[in-house]
Write a protein that binds this ligand. Sequence first.
Ligand code: DX5
Ligand code: ZN
Length: 218
Amino acid sequence: MAHLIAPSILSCDFGNLQKDVELINASEADWFHVDVMDGNFVPNISFGFPVIQAVNKLATKPLDVHLMINDPDRYLEEFKNVGAGILTVHYEACTHLHRTIQRIKSLGMKAGVALNPHTPVDLLFDVIEDLDLVLIMSVNPGFGGQKFIKNALLKVEQTKNLIHRRGSHAIVEVDGGVNLETGKELLNAGADVLVAGSFVFQSPDPLQTISSLKQLNV
Ligand code: DX5
Ligand code: ZN
């Protein structure tokens, strides 16, 4: 499949969120990447339901919600209600991961699992068939603008391999430190979705930057 681009709204101008949401609507981006942080699973707090709901009212593309929160089971239904189309939980934050995945799907959302840089891909062996998406973290979650961790390339290959071995339909998304250079390497390794925050919104022309990411050829 042609790869997808998911700009992260974490790097938007929160004083004028509508402008950046409309920019993403008008761009070649495929999804909105929405980073939720609880100040507990990660050492940062981002935003919650009212902000996501406001984005969803304006957005014309699916919300790809990345939960960096402990025990996400408490809030799955609320995330559905504010507009999540894809809901991704962290492997490291779920005690009963299989149950969490089933609940996300029964609520009518696509289910994703994210892996921190230190978490081996093989730990997904028993749930990969149930997943719609695997999110490989190429930075330690919590902040935008960090340096890409190269080992993510190997993990993308390993994830693709696991998906094929197990006959899963899951796609592979990568998050953190994505730019044109790392983006190209990730696509070569088999990534299906690229998340990009600071590279897009700190560039002089975000619309054009999204386009260059979308036009990357492998
Ligand atoms: C990091 C978040 C990312 C972040 C990426 O914890 O999950 O989605 O917005 O930002 P960049 O692209 O700046 O690394
Ligand atoms: Zn993210």
